[in-house]
Design a protein around this ligand. Sequence first.
Ligand SMILES: [Zn+2]
Ligand SMILES: [Zn+2]
Length: 262
Amino acid sequence: MTSYHNHTVFSDGKATAEEMVRAAAEAGLAEVGISDHVVLHPEGKTFKWAMPPERLDEYVATARAAAERFNIPVRVGVEADFFPETAEATRRLLAARPFDFLIGSVHFAAGFLVDAGRKQWAELNEAQREEKWTVYWHRIRDLARSGIFDFVAHLDVPKRFGFKQKEELPQAALDALDEIARSGMAVEINTAGWTHKVQEAYPSPALLREACRRKIPTLINADAHAPQDIAQGFGPAKLLAREAGYSRVVRYEGRRRRDWPL
Ligand SMILES: [Zn+2]
Ligand SMILES: [Zn+2]
């Protein structure tokens, strides 16, 4: 198994790249990835949980150096937020560097940070929540169309605090999946959801089945922010993938994708 979606002290992780790589080697993983947050916000806002774009070269060098001490291949990527307004700048920023994979994320439904806290979801009425969800799905659709990224992070993350949509398979979500399928991107199974209030991996079993039906590739990630979480939930995630119809996962090197048996 591999674990590509992991954070370090360059963004909101608690450990260094070296500590994360050591944990992956000790867990017996086949490959490990580092993928810290980078955000080009349309209004130029900066966030404590993301590294400044100026640190990208230092970040890549640090992650590559971590590979030298351990007997495990290290893949270097980023988790970058998608905004229509800064898509071209994000593409240029990332394409200029030697990444193995790029994770596309939507944490902002317009001005609303979807995974910031339970309170801001609780303050909305049901119609307002549905509206946030729809904005989110439109953003995912646009992220797919942009062609910038290799896979989508935590596909239905707005459910994090337990505020799911009324419908299991809303049309906007299916439209986003259609666009992901056309883009050739993969969708990760993100096990962090099992540790969040919603207690369900991202995406939901129903969405994952729809992804599989559309032949969208998948891979299993922990979204770890600490070494002990590097492979959390991987056993159940494997079962979830199989139940959705998957028998293969993907790996990345130098932005090239390889198929691997699950
Ligand atoms: Zn994220
Ligand atoms: Zn993440």
